[in-house]
Unconditional design. Structure first.
Length: 89
């Protein structure tokens, strides 16, 4: 019998590191601030939902403003958003 690999939880520093590596980081962080996101509440349903919404909104914006760099950022944001959404289920 094989054992399933354990799923490592996404930490706030990991998510923030990915966000800060993006050219759209200020947009994402600004959206988080307007939703009242607090790093101390990381892991709560509301904080994960706020991050997911901010990532989704930025992803949509990038889709409406195409370009090679923006397409690459959109892929990174999509992957991070999916991981955040998986944490929130």
């Amino acid at each position: 019998m094989t054992s399933k690999p354990t799923k490592t939880r996404l930490t706030f520093p990991q998510a923030l590191r990915v966000i800060r590596s993006l050219k759209t980081s200020q947009r994402i962080l600004g959206l988080l601030r307007t939703q009242g996101f607090e790093p101390v509440s990381w892991g709560s349903r509301s904080s994960l939902a706020a991050l997911s919404h901010s990532l989704s909104t930025t992803e949509d914006w990038l889709e409406m403003n195409p370009g090679k760099l923006r397409d690459q950022e959109r892929v990174i944001i999509r992957e991070l958003r999916r991981r955040v959404e998986a944490e929130n289920t």
